[in-house]
Design a protein around this ligand. Sequence first.
Ligand code: VOV
Length: 249
Amino acid sequence: MSEAAQTLDGWYVLHDLRTIDWQAWNAASPAEKNAALDELAKLRSDWTAVEERKEGSFAFYSIVGQKADFLLMHLRETLAELNEIENAFNRSAFARYTTKAYSYVSVVELSNYMGAPGVDPMQVPEIAARLKPILPKSKHICFYPMNKKRNLQDNWYMLPMEERKTLMRSHGMIGRGYAGKVKQIISGSVGFDDWEWGVTLFSDDALQFKKLVYEMRFDEVSARYGEFGSFFVGNLLSEEALSRLLPRG
Ligand code: VOV
């Protein structure tokens, strides 16, 4: 049996993708719209307060295309908290104007492929911060789930550790070329959801997502072993952008 990579696991992650029920929204009275938006604003201020206490984080983005209208990404210490967040949203007046599009459950993960021997990674402040990240408020987000293949010829899980390390080094080198342009959060979802990882990228320049993902397609880790789910790409929903998307009545 090949040696399993050791993972460091941080905050749990929920990607909650919703579609706006435009018919219901357009039919709502001004008072109903304002009440729904007030409840959304209250939820948002609760999430901001949690983030300010560094007990979790959130991201709120509109999604371009028809797979969903917006994405709420939440990070928390426990799965129970994530469940409370989605249930509080579902109970809100605002949720009446939305339908569920997709969701993804995972946990922020770092693997030991690049770890320095003899160093306890939890004692490295930079690593601890990466496991419990405050999400950047970049202009754009890109989220997709992925697997590493388990085909007869191309089975990531049967490669020796040393070979996986070498391949991941090359993956990391490509990623480093995007330092300062793209921030990645890799979250593991084996045992939690239908794919093995969630990949969430943040950037102020959406084109950098295409450049990075395309460049990685030529790297062996992705070219030979990567399998990908649906891509969701979107724009930051600042309070101003939200008021353009859903104007008050
Ligand atoms: C934005 C840049 C970027 C950078 C710098 C980067 C670096 C690194 C390093 C150093 C490591 C290994 C140690 C760790 O930190 O865990 C990883 C790990 C991982 N990555 Fe990565 N990755 C990036 C970006 C990046 C992208 C764009 C993708 C999607 C691939 C694609 O083709 O669409 C990805 C995937 C992953 C995955 C699924 C893992 C876990 C693999 C496993 O088997 O455990 N990743 N990644």
